[in-house]
Design a protein around this ligand. Structure first.
Ligand SMILES: NC(=O)c1ccc[n+]([C@@H]2O[C@H](COP(=O)([O-])OP(=O)(O)OC[C@H]3O[C@@H](n4cnc5c(N)ncnc54)[C@H](OP(=O)(O)O)[C@@H]3O)[C@@H](O)[C@H]2O)c1
Length: 296
């Protein structure tokens, strides 16, 4: 298939380019310099030149505090940007695969959210992403809206900058010997490499619609850190941080675990437990760093 990946140098986008290429697809990766999804003309120009069979949108404004400060900008990218893509996808006869978020929920359910649960976002980021979902769903029937959560991958997340959670934990442990992590937010940390494989799998289906797509199981950020240190044999004093030590500047869901109910009911779910995906990430990381050492 001919696939356009938007946000191609991002955390998820870069793994998608690899996964679709490995699948034998013709992939055209578009960076922000090559397409601005908030600008309808830019979207038309970039995609008409490619005429893809499927467009995968990973581009978003998703730094939660920045979205709260600049809600118009968040809406321009996350909502109107999604609409721009949906209209061009419809006109080109392309399938739109649009990535969304667990932050469309308020976290009060206390058990894993299914696709039919009613969203109720707590912040501007979640509101803008939910509006984007609605635009996609209302504009083109040939869509997949894919909600995911707690991403980590080989490439850093461009919106948040710096290191992913795993690399940050390992760095802090190395430098300080003691790490404090909050225990009050429960998520399903999801590997972008695994999510990319899921998206490739879904691209071969015509069961369009809304999908939850996260690693199996859930943990708090504290439990995630504990597993990272256990799997890497890192000696560190790990402590639970009290909520006032890292006060949240913007309200966030305390519990945003998603159940991949639609993927499972259609026999399409590829996700393993989050601990397995973490082990794979750490294994690849060791191989990369030892091969880098061997070359220097
Ligand atoms: N990261 C998470 O933990 C998480 C959790 C749940 C859902 N999600 C969703 O997953 C998706 C991918 O996240 P990610 O971590 O891979 O993000 P990322 O690393 O920040 O990548 C996003 C990409 O989109 C590009 N971009 C931003 N604004 C754009 C625009 N107006 N037009 C075109 N490109 C634009 C960015 O380019 P520049 O950096 O050059 O601007 C970057 O290449 C997002 O839709 C996000 O909402 C993420």
């Amino acid at each position: 298939m001919k696939i356009a990946v938007i946000g191609a140098n991002g955390q998820l986008g870069s793994d998608l380019v690899v996964a679709f290429s490995d699948n034998g697809d013709a992939v055209c990766g578009l960076s922000h310099a090559e397409i601005d999804i908030a600008d309808a003309q830019s979207v038309t120009r970039a995609l008409e030149g490619i005429r893809p069979e499927a467009i995968v949108n990973t581009a978003a404004m998703h730094h939660v505090e920045n979205c709260e400060r600049e809600p118009e900008k968040a809406l321009a990218v996350n909502a109107l940007g999604a609409r721009n893509l949906a209209m061009v996808a419809r006109d080109l006869g392309a399938v739109l695969m649009h990535v969304s978020t667990d932050y469309v929920f308020d976290g009060s359910k206390g058990s894993p959210y299914r696709e039919e649960d009613t969203p109720r976002p707590l912040n501007a980021y979640g509101i803008s992403k939910l509006a984007g979902e609605h635009f996609v769903r209302a504009t083109t029937p040939r869509h997949f809206v894919i909600r995911t959560s707690g991403l980590y991958g080989k490439s850093p997340c461009r919106a948040k900058g710096g290191l992913n959670f795993i690399e940050l934990m390992l760095k802090l442990a190395r430098e300080r010997g003691e790490v404090k992590v909050v225990d009050s937010e429960v998520v399903s940390p999801t590997s972008t490499a695994e999510l990319a494989l899921q998206i490739v799998r879904l691209s071969r289906s015509d069961s369009f619609g809304l999908y939850h797509a996260t690693a199996e199981g859930s943990c708090s950020w504290y439990e995630f850190a504990r597993e990272i240190f256990a799997l890497t044999g890192t000696a560190v004093r790990l402590k639970v941080a009290s909520p006032d030590e890292f006060p949240a500047k913007v309200p966030r869901p305390k519990y945003s675990v998603l159940e991949n109910a639609a993927l499972k009911s259609r026999g399409l779910n590829v996700f393993k437990p989050w601990q397995d995906a973490l082990r794979t990430y750490l294994g690849d990381r060791v191989e990369v760093s030892s091969s880098q050492t061997a070359h220097t």
